[in-house]
Design a protein around this ligand. Structure first.
Ligand code: DQA
Length: 136
């Protein structure tokens, strides 16, 4: 199985920002654990703070599934939503935090409707649960 893990805006600050919400580990450390979990599979990792770069990564993905944590883009990016809708590769939306137990603006996702599913609230394990879902 070939998986692409995409992290959006501010996820490069994981381990530095709001540690009480997103934990102490950096994104590189989390990605290393994900790669270890999926060691029999092929994993690619991409992070960008630029909306259009995320759209391009989705458009050009050559894999069995995309695990996407779009960060705050989740809540307002119609461009990312349209990019997901334009490809055949299934996308699972993930969030480390439980976005439904936080501020009201985080309760709304404009991408969920075009994703295969949504996993949130399990910290770094949200990525692993999402990746495993492509085996089902
Ligand atoms: C997040 C939740 C978003 O609301 C927030 O803007 C993020 C991270 C999460 O992983 O919990 O940057 O996607």
């Amino acid at each position: 199985m070939k998986l692409l893990f995409i992290n959006g805006v501010n996820l490069n600050m994981t381990g530095i920002r709001e540690k009480n919400v997103y934990g102490e580990q950096t994104l590189d450390e989390i990605n290393a654990e994900i790669a270890e979990h999926f060691k029999g599979d092929e994993c690619e990792f991409f992070q960008s703070n630029v909306e259009g770069e995320i759209c391009t990564a989705i458009q050009s993905a050559d894999c069995d599934g995309i695990v996407l944590n779009a960060g705050a883009f989740t809540h307002y990016s119609y461009a990312i939503r349209d990019a997901i809708a334009s490809v055949k590769v299934p996308v699972v939306e993930v969030h480390m935090s439980n976005v439904h137990a936080r501020e009201e603006f985080r309760n709304k996702s404009v991408i969920s409707e075009v994703c295969r599913g949504v996993i949130c609230g399990f910290g770094k394990n949200s990525y692993i649960l999402a990746g495993e879902s492509f085996r089902l």
